[in-house]
Design a protein around this ligand. Structure first.
Ligand code: NZQ
Ligand code: ZN
Length: 393
C-alpha cells in the first residue's frame, strides 16, 4: 500500500542566536523592565565562567538565581523555583544549561501560571494531563548539545518518589530565544559529548525509522543529519579537540535533530525513549546511554515492521549495497551498534552491570505509566517491550 504524507502544521517561534560571543547580546534581548530568574544546574556554569558572563551582560537588569537543578530534573526541585518566582514576582526565566535545566525551566514556567495542582500537567499515570493555557516567557543559553530542548516545546520531568520520568509538551513552552555558542561545549567531558551525539542520533531515528510515506525532504534531512553525526562523532568525543567548526556542526545537528523539522507529516516511533526513560527512573542511567542499549535490540525485534525503512537506511546512510535484503539490514544494525560502541556507549544491559533481574520491573513500570501501545502503529505492546529488553541483555 502506498502511504501518503499526512496533513501538518509546522510552527516554531524560537529565535536561534548562534555563534561566537553572543551572550553579551542578552542585554538587548530581554527588556530592562523584566525581573529575571536565572536557572542552572549543579555548578558547571559557575566553574566555567558562563554565569559571570551572563550576569555582566545583564548588569542593568534585575536578576536572581536558582541553581541546583539535577541531571534528570525532578519535580520536587522545580517546585522550589515555582515558589520562589511566585514569592519574588519574577516575570522572565533564563535557563542556562543542558536539557535538564531547560526542561525543568519549561515546567517551572508552566507551573507558575497553572491553575490547579501542577502534577496535573502530566499524564502517564501521574496526573490528569490537563493542557496548559499559558506560561511565563523564558529563554535559554545552551551548554550541552543533545536534547533539542532549546528549540522545541517538550520537557521530561522525574518524580523521585514515584520513580517516574514523564513528559509534557505545549506550544506555550517554546523558548523565546536560545543562545548557542559552540565554544561553550569546550568544557564538556567525553562522556557528555558522547551522550549528546547518541541522543541526537536516536532522536533522528525515532522520527525516521518507521515506514516510508514518500516524504523526500524529511527523509533526506534525516539521512544527512545521521551521516553528519557518523562523520563528526569520533572527533567530537575527543574532549581536547576544540575545533570550532566541529563543535558548531555538532551543536546545530543536535538542535535540528529535535526541533521537529524532521517529523511533519511522517509517522514517528519514540518507543526507544519510553523504554529508556524507565531504565533511568529505576537505575539512574544517563538518558543517552539507555537509548544506546534499547535501540539496537528494538531494530532487531521490529525488523519486519521497519523492513522498508531499514533497507533505505542501510543503503543511504551506511552505503550497504550488496547482499540480500536481510543481510543488508543486519549489516546496518551491526554498523549502528558498532558506532555506539565506538563512542564508548553501552549497547546491552550487561555493559552497565545489569542483567535478567531488570526485565520484569521495567515492564511493570511501562504498564504503570500507560506505555502499552507504542510505536508507529501503536502495536508495540508490553510483550514486545519485554522481548526488546530481553534482546538487550
Ligand atoms: O549540572 P551541571 O553542573 O551544569 O553539569 C551538567 C550535568 O552534570 C553537565 N554540563 C552541562 N553543560 C556543561 C556541562 N559540563 C561541562 N561543561 C558544560 N558546558 O552535563 C551534565 C548533564 O547535563 P544534562 O542537562 O542532564 O544533559 P542533557 O542535555 O543530555 O539533558 C538530559 C535531559 O534531557 C531530557 C532527558 O530525559 C534528560 O532528563 N530530554 C529532553 C528532551 C526534550 N526536552 O526535548 C528530549 C530528550 O529525548 C531527553 O529526553
Ligand atoms: Zn533523547
Amino acid at each position: 500500500m502506498q502511504h501518503e504524507i499526512s496533513n501538518f502544521n509546522y510552527y516554531n517561534p524560537t529565535e536561534i542566536i548562534f555563534g561566537k560571543n553572543r551572550i553579551p547580546e542578552l542585554k538587548d534581548l530581554i527588556s530592562t523592565d523584566k525581573k529575571i530568574l536565572i536557572t542552572y544546574g549543579g555548578g558547571s556554569v559557575i566553574k566555567f565562567g558562563t554565569l559571570d558572563r551572563i550576569k555582566s551582560a545583564l548588569s542593568k537588569h534585575q536578576v536572581g538565581e536558582f541553581g541546583g537543578i539535577e541531571a534528570n530534573p525532578t519535580f520536587e526541585t522545580a517546585m522550589k523555583a515555582v515558589e520562589l518566582i511566585k514569592k519574588e514576582k519574577y516575570d522572565f526565566i533564563l535557563a542556562v544549561g543542558g536539557g535538564s535545566v531547560i526542561d525543568a525551566t519549561k515546567f517551572i514556567a508552566a507551573a507558575v501560571l497553572f491553575d490547579g495542582n501542577p502534577m496535573d500537567i502530566f499524564s502517564g499515570g501521574i496526573g490528569k494531563g490537563t493542557p496548559i493555557t499559558s506560561a511565563l516567557p523564558f529563554a535559554t543559553v545552551l551548554t550541552l548539545p543533545a536534547t533539542g530542548s532549546e528549540m522545541n516545546a517538550g520537557s521530561v520531568i522525574t518524580f523521585k518518589e514515584k520513580q517516574a520520568k514523564v513528559s509534557f509538551g505545549s506550544p506555550h513552552v517554546f523558548p523565546t530565544f536560545s543562545i548557542l555558542e559552540p565554544e561553550i561545549t569546550y568544557s564538556l567531558p567525553t562522556r557528555q559529548l558522547a551522550n549528546g551525539i547518541m541522543d541526537a542520533y536516536i532522536h533522528i531515528m525515532e522520527q525516521y525509522m518507521t515506514y516510508p510515506v514518500g516524504a523526500m525532504v524529511q527523509d533526506r534531512f534525516s539521512e544527512g543529519l545521521l551521516q553528519t553525526l557518523i562523520e563528526i562523532g569520533p572527533d567530537v568525543i575527543d574532549e581536547e579537540n576544540h575545533d570550532y567548526n566541529l563543535r558548531a556542526n555538532f551543536m546545530w545537528t543536535a538542535t535540528n535533530a529535535l526541533n521537529k523539522v524532521l517529523s511533519p507529516g511522517v509517522p514517528q516511533d519514540w518507543a526507544a525513549h519510553q523504554m529508556g526513560h524507565e531504565i533511568t527512573a529505576l537505575y539512574h542511567t544517563d538518558h543517552a546511554r539507555t537509548l544506546s542499549i534499547v535501540l539496537p535490540a528494538l531494530l532487531k525485534v521490529r525488523k519486519e515492521e521497519k523492513r522498508a525503512k531499514l533497507l533505505q537506511y542501510a543503503e543511504r546512510v551506511w552505503h550497504i549495497t550488496t547482499g540480500t535484503e536481510d543481510e543488508k539490514i543486519d549489516a546496518a544494525i551491526e554498523k549502528t551498534t558498532a558506532f555506539f560502541k565506538s563512542l564508548g556507549a553501552p549497547t546491552s544491559f550487561k555493559d552497565i552491570g545489569l542483567g535478567e533481574e531488570v526485565i520484569e520491573p521495567l515492564v511493570a513500570q511501562l504498564e504503570k505509566h500507560q506505555q502499552t501501545a507504542l510505536g508507529e502503529h501503536r502495536t508495540h505492546d508490553l510483550a514486545i517491550s519485554r522481548e526488546i529488553y530481553r534482546m538487550a541483555l
